[in-house]
Design a protein around this ligand. Structure first.
Ligand SMILES: Cc1ncc(COP(=O)(O)O)c(C=O)c1O
Length: 402
């Protein structure tokens, strides 16, 4: 399908092409200099003590669980309103998931009260997901986790370049896991990053991402080692140099891109306010200043709270037929999406967890539609999408489906 306006688009230019060509000319394609540099730049950007570039966010989440020694005896509390990988990563360890509800239509992140109600003797950890790039209620969640001795994994797939009270998302819990999938704010096609401040977690991740081996091919290539031992059950969760080189370029553009996303988000909120739809996160985030991209003062950094504005979700008024709305948008050449079909309603999960009831997640997930949002969107395209939403909403609200 040739969309007039796709849901997402790459923020790529000649810099990325040149970076890939340089790697090819270097004749070294897997974890090496580019990977080390990407990790170091990402570590500094987020303020974390350790950063590990990986093949994708799903394996980052799995390694986070494995490094926290989550296993078959344990339960982990997860959101259902997320991409399925958030829960799958827990199941890989043999642990059980417990699905928590979200706060409400104005905030689609994990409800601290719901989390609290699911804790029992087997609970080992909480996975939070910063939906759309908007920070979860981390103060409350960390308070619960500390009081009960639980570990916290942050799924930061949507939120590179997002902060809460001066802390980059992913550095508040024990481990943060990022995705660089093709539609993400920082995109390398496939790719991910795990960050942590804790040395023991970092040691385990370092080993497990490359087969539990004590040295890497890169170490041996540089003559720093001749052999290796295997000291843990590890995986091949490595990234390659081409993606790492793309990541370096993308990191350099991230804040500018996020600010553009924010401007588009503000524009949608303004134009669509009379539409009858609800706008998650709007009341808390409308009008907050864009992220400073240069010369930040320590005072500004200390107080920084910002969304990465990864996606633009809206909730259709109750009773509006979502399929008709999506079809109306499609007829105008506009791609939309749904974030997300709740995980506990998928067949695979329903069979294992048949009695899960999450009223707020279910209500929101049935009404949510995601509009196009990417840094390269022109003002006239944003206006076209917004005006089409108003027109289609009008037509599907007035005429019942026959
Ligand atoms: C919230 C969330 N978690 C995890 C993932 C998995 O990321 P990846 O595709 O990098 O494995 C995604 C990717 O879409 C995501 O949106």
């Amino acid at each position: 399908m040739q969309w007039k306006i796709p849901l997402a688009d790459l923020n790529y230019g000649p810099e990325e092409e040149e970076a890939v060509a340089r790697v090819i000319r270097s004749r070294w394609l897997t974890m090496g200099e580019q990977t080390s540099r990407f990790e170091e730049e990402f570590r500094r950007f987020t303020g974390a003590r350790h950063a590990f570039a990986l093949s994708n966010c799903t394996v980052a989440l799995h390694l986070a669980c494995a490094a926290l020694e989550i296993g078959p005896e344990d339960e982990v509390i997860v959101p259902s309103l997320s991409f399925v990988a958030t829960a799958n990563a827990v199941l890989y360890t043999g642990a059980k998931v417990r699905f928590a509800d979200i706060i409400g239509p104005a905030d689609l992140t994990l409800s601290p009260q719901s989390v609290q109600s699911l804790i029992n003797d087997r609970t080992k950890a909480i996975v939070v997901m910063h939906y759309g790039g908007y920070p979860c209620q981390m103060d409350e969640i960390m308070q619960i986790a500390r009081a009960k001795g639980l570990r916290v994994i942050e799924d930061v797939a949507h939120a590179p370049g997002a902060w809460k009270n001066g802390k980059h998302l992913g550095t508040i819990g024990d481990v943060g896991c990022f995705s660089f999938f093709s539609n993400k704010n920082l995109s390398t096609g496939e790719g991910g990053m795990l960050i942590t401040d804790q040395d023991d977690i970092a040691d385990r991740v370092r080993k497990m991402r490359s087969h539990g081996m004590t040295t890497l091919t890169w170490d041996r290539h540089r003559g720093h080692a001749y052999s290796y031992d295997v000291i843990a059950l590890g995986y091949n969760y490595r990234i390659d140099e081409i993606r790492a080189a793309l990541g370096i370029q993308q990191l350099g553009k991230l804040l500018m891109g996020n600010n553009k996303r924010k401007a588009i988000t503000e524009s949608y909120w303004k134009t669509l306010q009379s539409s009858g739809a609800e706008f998650p996160f709007r009341d808390a985030y409308q009008g907050i200043p864009a992220i400073e991209t240069e010369s930040t003062s320590p005072e500004q950094e200390k107080n920084r709270t910002a969304s990465a504005c990864h996606i633009f979700p809206l909730l259709l008024p109750k009773g509006v037929d979502r399929l008709r709305f999506i079809e109306g948008m499609r007829a105008a050449g506009i791609q939309t999406s749904i974030h997300y079909p709740p995980i506990h309603r998928f067949e695979y999960y329903r069979k294992q967890y048949p009695n899960v009831a999450l009223p707020t997640t279910e209500d929101v997930a049935a009404r949510e539609v995601t509009l196009p949002l990417y840094p390269g969107m022109r003002d006239d395209q944003v206006e076209y999408v917004a005006q089409t939403v108003l027109r289609v909403m009008d037509s599907v609200s007035c005429s019942p489906r026959d």
